[in-house]
Design a protein around this ligand. Sequence first.
Ligand code: NI
Length: 156
Amino acid sequence: MAIRQIRKIGDEVLTKRAREVDKFDDRLATLLDDMVETMRHADGIGLAAPQVGILKRAVVIDVGDGVIELVNPELVAAKGEQVDIEGCLSVPGKYGEVKRPQIVIVRAQDRHGKTFEVTGEGLLARALCHEIDHLDGKLFVDKVIRFVDPEEREND
Ligand code: NI
């Protein structure tokens, strides 16, 4: 495993649509392993492949309940809404309120190509939406209702 460099806002790789993964090989496994290590090292709760410069539809998330790896994730259902503060490893030092669904169902494949579904509520729903947005070249700053300063976030 290796820590990869996290691309920052302004890097055009973050604005592009990532391609579907069709090869479930060692290369994909290494990418996912590296993404998990990179996310942990950066103290993040989610990371999408474009953030390490790879335009593939692959995401890792850990909101505290263990790592979820999602390849070719697709939002299949969304219910309710929540407004909360969001940040991004590719947008250091910026935080803002973003509206997201309260509950989502996402269908994806695992690193071996097996299809599964995950239901996310609250923070997990937010992380799933945020990471899927990365695969479509979208950053949370495009959806922010109101930016907040980091201190306000810490008092949250
Ligand atoms: Ni992000």
